[in-house]
Design a protein around this ligand. Structure first.
Ligand SMILES: Nc1nc2c(c(=O)[nH]1)N[C@H]1C(S)=C(S)[C@@H](COP(=O)(O)OP(=O)(O)OC[C@H]3O[C@@H](n4cnc5c(=O)[nH]c(N)nc54)[C@H](O)[C@@H]3O)O[C@H]1N2
Ligand SMILES: Nc1nc2c(c(=O)[nH]1)N[C@H]1C(S)=C(S)[C@@H](COP(=O)(O)OP(=O)(O)OC[C@H]3O[C@@H](n4cnc5c(=O)[nH]c(N)nc54)[C@H](O)[C@@H]3O)O[C@H]1N2
Ligand SMILES: [Mo]
Length: 760
């Protein structure tokens, strides 16, 4: 059916495959606008090489870090964005008040370039002004020491920090006396960190890159690798060409999951060819995965009646508990409610089940479409259940593959960034350092923001990130930043959280991943852990953006010394040689034996993953099936009726979280703007709207009035009942307390909203 639509500025359907020449062109533009062209190719070549730096883009691993340069458009953007020639100078800041800078877009703020000196907010002139490192540390220490309780301070980590920086950061905060560690993971894969340990005993994925070479089926649920994990596209491309079926569950038709041209493939490039990625694509409703997964598993049980091999009863008997209740619950769940909640037909789900039944080795990969939900943790557990039914753990070509976000978010958690530390870890800290770490659990990201809103938390120290912009309900969170006594931001580029100044604010500029880190005359390396638990070294090569920059470990050490004059830790010694930090990590965290030796081997080493050997470090020592009552992800919204739609907040192709590289989203056909709402034709029709109309969006589950007005609604191939808008702009609509109760993750992917034509 062709529909004649009116022209809408900046909206042009994108018909080409993802990747290919379009990606190459986009990279050339990124390089031209940010870097000296001569320097750029060398920098890009060093990304993810054995002797280079780890790509700050995503956490997808590399073929043992030995492959030839793996081109990736969005990795290239991340690198050029950091290695830009643009600089935020003292002169620039003296001429632009903080109030005037707050008027700028997120894109404009970061596009001013790299921060070059430590800055303090000066209220008289309303500007950020240079300050010495020592004066900044001294003042931060004084404020922290004067707090009535260490629990009035929040220590936020964004997942780009290295293992070494993150470890020192938690050591500093714990010696100071709090477990308040809000981190980006609380908004991201927390459902994985909470759900998977209950199911299989660890909160991480179990597959390796090699497993993709042996798999017989890939099920991709709720992630968009063409934009967010572009190097995964090479892997999917290879699998598809090998004839491996790829089943996609996603409310939106994502171009890269349909067709992709691999830049490494000369023939495809030369012939404008491409490869199909998804063998079947099911447009599940936002929040419908719970029902869809239950439907697939119910259908598999039914298939077992005629073919007993399709469920691995031996594996289940030997390795798991809870199957009987789990299976009974599936049998009791009616197909009508499964169809209604998932938006998919019984026959669709039976087809997935029969493809799954045929496969001897299956990988399920998933992302934010699964975790950022009201029942994110249950979703993750249902995926584990699906894999357990056929023993898809601990055999080649099989396993679970959560696609992590930030390049070292997984490593940060491994080295102790958690508001809920284990007893064993705290005991190790006490034994090795001789201070008594706090036992009470601290705040996660949502709790930290709530405490700031309530006025019970007074200080926020951020190791990277853009806390206020990443969190839900900007209407509250922006104001909460300004109520603080002190905010401190360790960052590379100016962003809104820095500018939402507290009574006192310091912005401390650090070295990026790409830059040379010299301490005590020696070139230092840091380490990171990717999505597949490979730990390896990363060493920057570029000249730092400014001579005043310090490394993240050095900045943390400076703050720690000024805050804790009696500290048991030799901060300066640790910073002069990062091997010494790694030795301490090895002493206090299991899995890092011979840390310093093993990272000197190209490719690094893999953290222990017991489920890959069919060992289950759960409470019972067995893998555990889960029971999800009903099919509804959110019982709080009782009668959705026809007027409620589910809002998905999405990343565009030209952004890295809150960092906006440009206002384009090429694969979804949106250019030069982000003020749009994606809606299915059926819903447009039902609401009496047309492609291009202006609408107001209002959240249906909040006591606060959360609204966005004057948004252009555009027709898009998205599941009926679901609508999409861009992150972070749409964060004004996400309620802070609309979270997955188990993991604390905000439901960024299914906010119940009402959409109306804007008043003229
Ligand atoms: N270039 C680039 N790379 C990045 C990032 C970036 O911003 N830019 N961010 C990094 C970070 S921190 C993260 S966490 C990852 C994020 O990577 P993704 O997990 O891919 O995150 P999103 O872009 O939020 O996309 C979520 C996908 O889930 C789908 N979806 C939404 N709701 C549902 C649902 O209810 N069910 C199902 N089945 N699908 C749904 C959406 O249509 C979309 O395709 O990427 C990392 N890599
Ligand atoms: N509505 C909605 N909200 C979301 C999401 C969503 O899908 N929808 N996704 C959530 C997710 S998955 C995540 S992970 C969070 C992301 O939340 P954050 O991790 O807090 O946000 P980022 O945008 O990645 O942070 C960007 C800033 O990090 C700083 N930076 C960059 N590189 C470095 C470095 O090397 N060192 C240091 N110290 N600083 C650096 C720069 O100053 C830059 O401005 O947002 C969450 N918020
Ligand atoms: Mo993330």
């Amino acid at each position: 059916m062709t529909i004649n639509r009116r022209e809408v500025p900046g909206i042009r359907p994108y018909d080409a495959p993802a990747g290919g020449w379009g990606a190459l062109r986009a990279t050339a533009v990124a390089v031209r606008t940010q870097m000296d062209t001569l320097e750029a190719p060398i920098t890009l070549l060093r990304t993810n090489q054995p002797t280079g730096f780890d790509c700050p883009g995503c956490a997808w691993p590399d073929k043992e870090h030995r492959s030839t340069f793996q081109f990736c458009e969005n990795g290239a953007k991340a690198v050029t964005w950091e290695a830009t020639n643009k600089r935020v100078t003292a002169e620039f800041l003296s001429q632009n008040t903080v109030t005037s800078l707050l008027e700028k877009t997120d894109y404009e703020l970061e596009n001013y370039g790299r921060l070059t000196q430590p800055l303090a907010y000066d209220r008289k002139t309303d500007t950020l002004r240079p300050v010495t490192w020592e004066a900044a540390f001294e003042r931060i220490g004084t404020v922290l020491r004067a707090l009535p309780s260490p629990d009035q301070a929040e220590f936020y980590t964004s997942g780009r920090a290295s293992n070494e920086a993150a470890y020192l950061f938690q050591l500093f905060a714990r010696e100071y006396g709090t477990n308040n560690f809000p981190d980006c993971s609380n908004m991201c894969h927390e459902a994985t960190s909470v759900g998977l340990p209950q199911s299989i005993g660890i909160g991480k994925g179990t597959v390796s890159l090699e497993d993709f070479d042996h798999t017989e089926l890939i099920i991709s649920i709720g992630h968009n690798p063409g934009t967010n994990h572009p190097r995964m596209m090479g892997t999917l491309h290879e699998a598809s060409r090998r004839g491996v079926p790829i089943i996609v569950l996603n409310p939106l038709r994502e171009r890269a999951l349909e067709r992709f041209t691999d830049l490494q493939n000369m023939v495809e490039m030369a012939t404008y060819g491409s490869t199909r990625i998804a063998s079947s694509y099911y447009q599940v409703k936002s929040g419908g995965d719970t029902a869809a997964l239950k439907g697939i598993m119910k259908a598999l049980l039914a298939l077992e009646q005629t073919d007993p091999k399709v469920v691995d009863r031996d594996f289940i008997a030997e390795h798991t508990l809870g199957f009987t209740e789990f299976a009974q619950n599936l049998i009791d769940t009616p197909w009508e409610s499964i169809e209604q909640e998932s938006g998919l037909l019984r026959s669709d789900l039976e087809q997935v089940a029969s493809a799954y039944a045929k496969s001897n080795a299956t990988i399920v990969s998933y992302g934010m479409g699964v975790t950022q939900h009201n029942k994110g943790t249950s979703n993750v557990r249902l995926i584990a259940d699906l894999l357990l039914m056929k023993g898809n753990f601990g055999k080649p070509g099989a396993g679970i593959c959560p696609l992590r976000g930030h390049s070292n978010v997984q490593g940060n958690r491994t080295v102790g960034i958690t508001e809920k530390p284990s007893e064993a870890f705290l005991q190790n800290l006490e034994q090795v350092y001789g201070f008594i770490p706090p036992k009470a659990h601290g705040h996660d990201a949502v709790q930290a923001m709530q405490a700031m809103i309530d006025g019970t938390s007074k200080v926020l120290i951020c190791l990277g990130g853009n806390f206020a912009v990443a969190l839900p309900d900007s209407g509250q969170s922006f104001q909460a930043m300004q109520q603080l006594d002190l905010s401190v931001h360790i960052g590379t580029k100016l962003n809104r959280s820095h500018l939402l100044v507290a009574k006192e604010t310091f912005v401390l500029p650090c070295l990026g991943r790409t830059e040379l880190d010299i301490q005590a005359g020696e070139h230092q390396s840091v380490t990171v852990e990717d999505s597949m638990s490979m730990v390896h070294a990363s060493s920057g090569k570029l000249k730092p953006a400014s001579e005043h920059l310090r490394s993240e470990p050095a900045i943390i050490a400076g703050m720690a010394e000024a805050t804790l004059p009696e500290s048991k830790i030799q901060w300066q010694y640790l910073v002069s040689h990062y091997d010494a930090i790694r030795d301490l990590i090895e002493k206090t965290i299991p899995g890092f034996d011979n840390y310093n030796q093993r990272i000197r081997v190209p490719g690094g080493f893999r953290m222990p993953l017991p489920p890959t050997e069919r060992k289950w470090p759960t409470k019972t020592g067995k893998a555990m099936f889960s029971v999800f009552e009903g099919v509804r992800e959110d019982a709080a919204v009782k009668d959705e009726g026809d007027h409620i739609l589910r809002l998905i907040t999405l990343r565009s192709h030209d952004q890295y979280n809150t960092t906006v590289y440009a206002l384009n989203d090429r694969y979804r056909g949106v250019f030069g703007r982000k003020d749009v709402l994606f809606m299915n034709d059926i819903d447009l029709d039902r609401l009496g709207l047309e492609h291009g109309d202006l609408v107001d969006i209002e959240t249906a589950v909040s006591d606060r009035k959360l609204r966005m007005t004057g948004i252009t609604v555009i027709a898009y191939d998205i599941a009926p009942g679901s609508v999409g808008a861009y992150y972070p702009e749409a964060n004004v609509l996400v309620p802070l307390d609309y979270i997955d109760k188990e993991s604390g993750t905000p439901s960024y992917k299914s906010v119940p909203v009402m959409v109306k034509r804007s008043a003229e």
